[in-house]
Design a protein around this ligand. Structure first.
Ligand code: NDP
Length: 344
């Protein structure tokens, strides 16, 4: 806090007067609570930056919707995604991170300190902002899919699979997520159809092999979803179209999407440079965005690797980048104050 006052005291007071409602000032604000956000929090807290973190809509991030995480170093037997995120959170809190429930609903990055609105009401002003908002599941965009959301249509097998015990279900996609969801559902459901638009899976070799070896998974190759079928009780089937043009129906009660993700960067549009999909651009080898004092880490800036371990690594970098930025600013403010004093 002391640093903040030294740097921008006059400007801050003006800002505060202009803003209606509750305004809180913090040194470091972290938005998002996946591996990137929590790791940034651990590093920022240990650097005594007293980070405040808002967890977002899905506390713990995407890993809370997964089952076994087998590829995160340090867990030789694997660990459940939600448990791992709980441990990340405890570690962040142990060093003093103020972890809060709330969603960043707007941002004003036109001037420093940067202002982020939480849940459409509370405003937080931050000297440094770490964006770790991750990415969200994509849907096909069909009207029928929307109609049956929560009534058989889901983007999270581990959350909702249990409801389809011993029933027939479908998973759309051919990547690692689709393979993982299909394998998970195969352990609960009677039959799992994997609907894939090509004749080859995108999933890693090991996941493909597991899918091929699972008896109750059937892959429907070269097929696209035309419509989700249903009645007042929910999903009853799916109408598919083969690349040849032939249409056919399958009977399922659950329809699971696993076709990738969209970065959660909408509130920063117009301020931060992004690619066509909305992934925030960072300077190569760092987490610096095009705005000084704004750092991005994890899946919101990574369209390539998107792994828990790479997200955690970039969260560490974001905290280190923020710490160096704040130290530099503090040093500059001190020098400016000394010069002003000498000139008087
Ligand atoms: P991917 O982008 O890898 O795969 C998306 C899949 O959905 C592709 O097969 C794609 O088809 C298909 N698809 C995309 N859009 C549509 C559409 N409109 N209609 C029909 N099908 C569509 O995303 P994932 O979420 O699977 O994986 C993301 C990253 O996370 C990857 O790097 C993956 O390796 C990683 N991951 C790792 C896991 C693990 O290690 N346990 C688990 C889950 C993910 P097409 O192939 O034709 O493009």
């Amino acid at each position: 806090m002391a640093l903040f006052k030294k740097m921008d005291n006059i400007e801050d007071d003006q800002n505060q007067e202009q803003l209606n409602g509750e305004v809180e000032k913090v040194k470091v604000l972290i938005i998002g609570s996946g591996p990137a956000g929590y790791t940034a929090a651990i590093y920022a807290a240990r650097a005594n930056l007293k980070p405040v973190m808002y967890e977002g809509m899905e506390p713990g991030g995407q890993l809370t919707t997964t089952t076994d995480v087998e590829n995160y170093p340090g867990y030789p037997q694997g660990i459940q995604g939600p448990n791992m995120m709980e441990e990340f959170k405890q570690q962040a809190e142990r060093f003093g991170t103020d972890v809060r429930f709330g969603l960043a609903t707007a941002a004003d990055l036109s001037q420093r300190p940067y202002t982020v609105t939480i849940d459409d009401k509370k405003q937080i002003q931050a000297d440094a902002l770490i964006i770790a908002t991750g990415a969200s599941a994509k849907y096909l965009g069909l009207e029928s899919e929307d109609k049956f959301k929560g009534m058989g249509v889901s983007a999270c097998a581990t959350c909702d699979g249990f409801f389809y015990k011993n029933q027939d279900v479908a998973v759309v996609g051919g990547g690692d997520s689709a393979a993982e969801e299909a394998l998970y559902l195969a352990g609960i459901c009677n039959k799992v159809y994997m609907i894939h638009r090509r004749d080859q899976l995108r999933a890693s070799q090991i996941m493909q092999e597991r899918v091929f070896q699972t008896e109750n998974i059937e892959i429907l190759w070269n097929s696209e979803t035309k419509e989700v079928l249903g009645d007042q009780d929910g999903v009853t089937g799916v109408r598919l179209k083969k690349n040849s043009g032939e249409e056919y129906d399958i009977n399922v009660t659950g329809f699971f999407l696993a076709i990738g993700h969209k970065p959660n960067s909408d509130i920063f549009q117009g301020y931060l440079e992004m690619d066509d999909t909305g992934y925030i651009k960072t300077e190569p080898g760092s987490t610096h965005t095009n705005l000084e004092g704004v750092f991005a880490c994890g899946d919101v800036q990574d369209s390539i690797y998107r792994q828990a371990v790479t997200a955690a690594g970039s969260g560490c970098k974001a905290a280190l980048d923020a710490e160096r930025y704040l130290s530099k600013k503090e040093f500059e403010a001190k020098k400016a104050a000394e010069k002003e004093k000498a000139e008087k």
